[in-house]
Design a protein around this ligand. Structure first.
Ligand code: DP6
Length: 349
């Protein structure tokens, strides 16, 4: 049989969760304790080229921040990538090895889901390069999740996305492990903006994975799960009706709740920095002035301010004048990943 060498490149966006995935029920199948809902972004993206070579022995992983140079990826980044390539190879029924080039358009590890965009881009590019692309969005979602980054399950879709939990308390049957994310509204349905106040761009001290593991030790964990059913319905309904007040109220309650769980886990996790609280106060002031803007915070210190398009500038101006804010990123709802023929030709290509 002759050797196969094929290349594919995908750009995939990060997403910001309105209802958070926090707590992992089954680490192998990446089954969450709760359903989550997110908005797919458009400017915070990862671009990934995978070159698959059936004659190649080992994988080679390169990474760069936009504007920088490609460097061999650090171990903490390369290890889960290699593991995921292995999963994708066995699914595709191929041997060989891959060269991977990934570029992030935004700071890594700063409460913006770099692994969601990175692993969804990797999943799509690698499976295409291996000659076994996912048959549909549901399969893409499940494959992306198998990387270990649950939020990647949502980044393969555009607009507003629901990732349902497994309903099986015993740990999930194989069918339930196939729970895929679904789109609940398109990007065109509602032009929401995400104004990110970056108060600290250093990588977070405690990974999301550790946070998921510790979550059930918090006395706030079970009460939050109880409340989530109503919260999910409220968020879905507010998205359908494009009701920013209803959406905002619920997403803010949910974000604070996630951090209450984190702060009361054993041992506790404090993702917030003093600047986080300063931004939360500035959002309250903006609301008092009639600006419909609401805060959500992932597993990091940075604040995502969600608002309709016409208020984006006002919010960005307010953040830009704060001494606690290092930088402001302007993002918005987006249409999801896409393939491009603009491949990376890294130094080792
Ligand atoms: C707080 O396990 O998907 O962002 O792989 O590090 O992105 P990463 O995290 P993952 O957990 C995400 C946790 C969260 C909430 C969310 O996005 O739902």
């Amino acid at each position: 049989m002759s050797d196969t060498r094929r290349r594919a490149t995908f750009v995939a966006p990060a997403n910001i969760a309105f209802i958070k995935y926090w707590g992992i029920r089954d680490e192998n199948k990446v089954i969450p304790y709760n359903s989550s809902i997110s908005m797919t972004l458009s400017r915070c993206t990862s671009k990934c080229t995978v070159e698959f070579d059936s004659a190649r022995g080992a994988d080679e992983i390169w990474f760069r921040q936009v504007g920088g140079d490609f460097e061999p990826a650090a171990d903490a980044f390369a290890r889960p990538v290699r593991r995921h390539l292995e999963t994708l190879r066995s699914r595709a029924g191929v041997g060989g090895g891959c060269r991977v080039w990934t570029e992030n358009s935004f700071p890594t590890g700063a409460g913006i889901a770099s692994s969601a965009s990175g692993f969804s881009a990797l999943t799509l590019a690698a499976s295409e390069a291996m000659g076994a692309p996912p048959k549909n969005a549901a399969e893409a979602s499940v494959l992306a999740r198998m990387s270990g980054s649950g939020s990647a399950a949502r980044s393969v879709l555009g607009g507003y996305v629901l990732w349902p939990e497994s309903l099986d308390d015993s740990g999930g049957s194989s069918e339930q492990a196939e729970q895929a994310a679904v789109q609940i509204a398109t990007a065109a349905h509602w032009d929401l903006r995400d104004v990110v106040a970056v108060v600290d761009s250093a990588p977070k001290a405690v990974s999301s994975r550790d946070g998921h593991r510790r979550a059930p030790s918090s006395p706030r964990f079970a009460p939050r799960l109880e409340e989530l059913g109503a919260r999910l319905l409220a968020v879905r309904d507010a998205i359908q009706r494009r009701d920013i007040e209803a959406l905002g109220k619920t997403l803010e309650t949910e974000a604070i709740d996630l951090h209450q769980v984190a702060m009361s886990s054993r041992p506790p996790i404090y993702y917030w920095k003093p600047g986080t609280l300063a931004v939360l106060w500035s959002i309250r002031s903006l609301r008092a002035e009639g600006v419909p803007v609401y805060a959500t915070i992932d597993a990091g210190p940075n604040v995502h301010a969600i608002c309709p398009a016409e208020f984006e500038e006002r919010v960005a101006e307010a953040f830009g004048s704060m001494k606690e804010v290092e930088s402001v990123l302007l993002d918005r709802v987006g249409t999801g990943p896409y393939e491009t023929s603009d491949h990376f030709e890294g130094p080792a290509a």
